[in-house]
Design a protein around this ligand. Structure first.
Ligand code: PEP
Length: 251
């Protein structure tokens, strides 16, 4: 059965002390064996420390927000998957729309990153999503299929065990403009159908697909009750312990 996951993508926010206080507050209010997997995606700088704080919590994991497509070597400023794994990271977020847009990451780059992450036994939260123009032009389904095909669909069935997909419509990220339950469910179902077509029903049924885009304590319950939505990738609302906890408790 697929996992329910609530992951907090902190982006480039929080100073060290603020980050550690936030983690402590969340941990103090969840059980050590949550039914929902909780993931913190802090800055690389705090990853090792936060992984240590979470180590007694079976269902709390730590993610990097990005990784290099390179293995190692003369790539000043880059962070490799090997480094993330050796700092006790569990996941890496790959293909966030901010990385695609501001850092010009292509599907080919992302596929290389996915390979590097899996080679280092990291799980991947692979993001996909369309712009508002693409949705208005009714090319959003094709766009998502292309992102999945080029970014992920060269993987084997076994490798797919370590993939979580996050559907994040770009127009909903950080805008307060959440997708409606129907829009989100429709796309999640489409993604699951793509998985079924490519890999068969077992992979399709077992892969967690998260919704991201202005998810908050008010709308999380309804979004998470949709058949094909298995949790959320949360930006802004993951920076406040009460909001994040309320989203975790929305299932
Ligand atoms: C995100 O950036 O992954 C995200 C979903 O952000 P927000 O929740 O702030 O829209």
């Amino acid at each position: 059965m697929r996992k329910r996951i609530v992951a907090g993508n902190w982006k480039m926010n929080l100073k060290r002390k603020e980050a550690l206080v936030l983690v402590s507050e969340v941990l103090s209010q969840i059980s050590k064996h949550e039914n929902t997997e909780v993931v913190f995606a802090p800055s690389f700088l705090y990853l090792f420390k936060i992984a240590k704080m979470c180590s007694d919590f079976e269902s709390v994991k730590v993610a990097a927000q990005n990784c290099s497509k390179e293995k190692k070597g003369a790539f000043t400023g880059e962070i490799s998957s090997e480094m993330i794994a050796s700092s006790n990271g569990d996941y890496v977020i790959i293909g966030h729309s901010e990385r695609r847009e501001y850092f010009r990451e292509t599907n080919t780059d992302l596929a290389e990153k996915v390979n590097r992450a899996l080679a280092n036994n990291l799980k991947v939260i692979f993001c996909c999503g369309e712009s508002l123009t693409q949705r208005k032009d009714k090319i959003h389904f094709n766009w998502i299929k292309k992102q999945l095909s080029e970014g992920l669909f060269y993987l084997s069935v076994k490798e797919f065990d370590n993939i979580v997909i996050a559907y994040e419509p770009i127009w909903a990220i950080g805008t307060g403009m959440t997708a409606t339950n129907e829009q989100a469910q429709e796309m999640h179902q489409f993604i699951r159908n793509c998985l079924n077509e490519k890999y068969g029903s077992e992979v399709a049924e077992d892969t967690s697909i998260l919704y991201g885009g202005s998810c908050n304590p008010v709308n999380a319950k309804e979004l998470f009750s949709q058949t094909d939505i298995d949790g959320g990738l949360i930006g802004g609302a993951s920076l406040k312990a009460d909001d994040f906890l309320s989203i975790i408790n929305s299932f």
